[in-house]
Design a binder for this molecule. Structure first.
Ligand code: ATP
Ligand code: MG
Length: 137
């Protein structure tokens, strides 16, 4: 049993498709172990994506992630990290396989509907970044 961090990004929250995205997880063997809707401030979003600090898209990424509320979740299930990444599809929705969340719901590489941890180690760190132990059930 694994846990991973998922974020429904501001574009998808604005489109009112939180439920449609959560359905993809629940219909594919992932369970929501924790969830909250929050507005990220620039410090928090910047720290969360600190790994991309030197990349040319970093400022746009922080701007976008703070442009409206997000839904942060802990997903739990067998191979949760990999399964979530498969359900999400490629970072660029144009390259994402049909039937994935990004292919079906995302506009472009900046507004790409969801975030998902990319390794078990990052999942542990990202979960601890947003949730205390007692909030995960
Ligand atoms: P996320 O971390 O949001 O789950 P990801 O792991 O698929 O996405 P990363 O490489 O971690 O992709 O990039 C983080 C985010 O930065 C992407 O979701 C995307 O919005 C943005 N991004 C990544 N690469 C580019 C790029 N070449 N041009 C513009 N934006 C990009
Ligand atoms: Mg990433």
């Amino acid at each position: 049993m694994e846990r991973t961090l998922s974020i429904i990004k501001p574009d998808a929250v604005k489109k009112n498709i939180i439920g449609k995205i959560i359905d993809r997880f629940e219909s594919n063997g992932l369970r929501i172990a924790a969830m909250k809707k929050i507005l990220l401030d620039r410090n928090t979003a910047g720290e969360f994506y600190a790994i991309h600090k030197e990349r040319p898209f970093y400022n746009d990424l922080v701007n976008f992630m703070t442009s409206g509320p997000v839904v942060v979740m802990v997903l739990e299930g067998d191979n949760a990290v990999k399964k979530n990444r498969e359900l999400m599809g490629d970072t660029d929705p144009k390259k994402a396989q049909a039937g994935t969340i990004r292919a079906d719901f995302a506009e472009n590489i900046d507004a790409n509907a969801v975030h998902g941890s990319d390794s078990l180690e990052n999942a542990k760190n990202e979960i601890a970044f947003f949730f205390t132990q007692t909030e995960i059930r």
